[in-house]
Design a protein around this ligand. Sequence first.
Ligand code: CA
Length: 425
Amino acid sequence: MVDGRKSWVESAATHATPFPLQNLPYGVFSPPGAAPRCGVAIGDCVLDLAGLEAAGLLGRLPAGPFFSASSLNGFMAAGPATWAQVREHLTSLLETAGDPALREDSDLRASALLLRAEVTLHLPFAVKGYSDFYAGRQHAFNIGSLFRGPENALPPNWLHIPVGYNGRASTVVVSGTEIHRPLGQTKPKDAEAPVFGPSQRLDIELEMGAVVGLPSRMGRPLTVQQADHMIFGYVLLNDWSARDIQVWEYQPLGPFQAKVFATTISPWIVPKTALEPFRVATPPREKPLLPYLSEPGPGLYDIELEVWMQPDGAAEATRISRTNARHLYYSAAQQLAHHAIGGCKMESGDLLGSGTVSGPDSSGFGSLLELTWAGRHPLTLAGGAQRTFIEDGDSLTLTGWAEGADYRIGFGTCEGRILPAPEFP
Ligand code: CA
């Protein structure tokens, strides 16, 4: 994608930055000693939107003020026309040839444009609900093969329904939050009775998270097009999973304790608008979908995804997976439409996990369960350490970006380090 527009913020004008003028992802941050407020990432900086809004530089925002809040929910609920208005003002204020109001006001620049390394990033929105889907075909096949055998791998509903479950909003945390290994009940193979203790098969799931902006009404179904209109943007999402707890508990109602202890998201919500040039179609349908799931246009995005692993004390991280969000089978808009079709009210601040994105071959699998084939083929990391599942002190990082010809829409990082299981009497 050739765009050509550049920002006068120098660090935003290189191809390497994840946060050029074309991205402008939203987050929540606090400067040293000050309260959290909303901002936009640009190059190595964060732009304080509360300051710009107070200075009247974002136009007239009737439902505002939005950006002095410690979450983006108010702005997200205002809808696509307001999102577009703010984006237009921000683009002009940051573009080389745009509105000089910020560029030529050194006092405002000094107060509103802060180095990102010097601020603290927070969860960007209050998560009202979290639902996790299972839309990666290769992942569903791999997990089904491991849990039930290849002949029963894909459940009979999978090619017809975006399969999902309701997760926990209360434990969605921002990148950098340390996670305790969960305690739980497992049943070792060949044991007669289950045992209690720390999970021995702690894993990640590489996912995209869709963030709902506009709410829907209870009892009102949505078309896929209406659902797409409601999505504010996307984050990276790590759906931490305790496989030994999962395999024992998951029938008949699906995952529960295996998934509820933590979900990590990246701190910047990349606006859907920034990803428009990277839309790609969902794959050919093996079985025709029911009409309520039909798509008005390409619903997926061409987003490169990677997973990196670094043991405690290791000199460097090792890339353990590289894949692309285009390998999903259902789009977030289809998932959202399916979620609401029976009458469920969707709220501003709902988070939808895509399901693990696993590429067609083992270099692109999105979980350790698949990468090591349930522990049978350990990974060798830089420095020689071997891993089947996550050990205490290991740090796992997801990254992602959409690649244009002269710019890159980055998601930043989604990182978490595992601490030992908590003490239990
Ligand atoms: Ca998942």
